[in-house]
Design a protein around this ligand. Structure first.
Ligand code: OGA
Ligand code: NI
Length: 341
């Protein structure tokens, strides 16, 4: 498959129509609130304050940023540089990874939006996705260029393993559960994918999106944003709020599986990426999703007379099937498992 080549921002030609969103789907950038954003949480806070802050953020925002997380800044910089270099390779060199086959575990592709009765609209981005663990199974399939890509990812993945466990433990405690409750529920062989997003500068950010409005389908996402370039926005009380990069922070958000496991108490919140005229933007999302065979449903301890189960139990493989059935639409996979009240 051939990758689309993006126009330069200083190019005066109009944007190719297959990137232009219908009017009601455009980002309306002038209406973005820059006042409030998601909480920034210091991981050096004491354990009980940390559990309380995270729990509140998960209920109110579904998103937060963390600082003083212990992941070395140089390692993050090295990994982000490797991704940036990969996206900077000539399109022919990246093309060996290009596919629209979602069953491939290592893949370079473009997201799109499929609107009823209309042509697909391409997102103003390129996405590269591959597993981040277990390392031995996939190292062989990673880019050989830049030469340190595999090494940077292996080190980064190790740090992410620790951070994910810490987060899952804190989120479990925030729900009043045992520390290892969520990790156990998500299963022994979680699906661990990395997704790098590259957003070239766009001549007209009002007409395009970098990533369409979506929720993350897994359990927890740890996102690194390149410093100094904004783009991520999340819904808060019906309004779009920018989540601007904070130096050496990670953006954490909950995916659909935590919303279901927590019986709706913790939220998997809609978000999107917008484009900008001035600079390219790179982000790296590390996903922690359940084992394919894990049975996901509201945790019994969170169900009582006042909180009847909102979702039915399902195997994660079943959820993924539903998710891909809805590809390109404003996905509502978890809604397919809602119980009628
Ligand atoms: C994602 C995502 C946001 C960003 O990869 O799922 O939401 O800022 N990325 O790139
Ligand atoms: Ni996302």
């Amino acid at each position: 498959m051939e990758m689309k080549s993006f126009q330069m921002a200083n190019d005066n030609k109009p944007i190719s129509p297959n990137f232009i969103l219908p009017e009601d789907k455009r980002p309306q950038l002038s209406q973005i609130s820059s006042l409030a954003s998601v909480p920034v949480i210091d991981f050096n806070d004491g354990p009980s304050a940390l559990v309380q802050k995270i729990s509140q953020a998960c209920e109110e925002y579904g998103f937060f940023q963390i600082i003083n997380h212990g992941v070395p800044e140089e390692l993050c910089a090295k990994t982000m540089a490797a991704i940036t270099q990969f996206f900077g390779l000539p399109p022919e060199e990246r093309a060996e990874f290009s596919t629209q086959d979602h069953t491939k575990r290592v893949k370079l592709f473009n997201y799109f939006l499929k609107l009823e009765g209309q042509e697909k609209v391409s997102m103003w981005s390129e996405t590269f996705s591959h597993p981040w663990h277990p390392a031995d199974d996939f190292t062989h399939f990673l880019p050989k260029n830049p030469p340190n890509y595999g090494e940077a990812f292996a080190e980064y993945a190790k740090e992410m393993g620790g951070l994910m466990n810490r987060l899952l433990s804190l989120i479990s405690q925030g729900l009043g559960l045992e520390k290892d409750c969520l990790r156990k529920r998500l299963g022994d062989t979680p699906r661990l994918n990395a997704q790098s997003n590259f957003y070239p500068p766009c001549p007209d950010p009002e007409l395009t999106l970098g990533l369409a409005v979506h929720t993350d389908l897994g359990a927890v996402t740890v996102l690194r944003q390149a410093e100094g370039v904004s783009g991520l926005q999340v819904i808060k009380d019906g309004k779009w709020v920018a989540v601007d990069p904070v130096p050496n922070a990670f953006v954490i958000n909950l995916g659909d599986q935590i919303q279901v496991l927590s019986n709706g108490r913790f939220k998997s919140v809609h978000h999107r990426a917008v484009t900008n005229k001035a600079q390219p933007r790179v982000s790296l999302a590390m996903f922690y999703a359940p084992d394919m065979d894990a049975v996901i449903g509201p945790i019994e301890d969170l169900i009582d007379e006042e909180h009847p189960p909102t979702y039915r139990n399902y195997r994660y493989a079943e959820f993924l099937e539903e998710f891909y059935r809805q590809e390109g639409t404003r996905r509502m996979a978890k809604e397919a498992f809602l119980l009628s009240q």
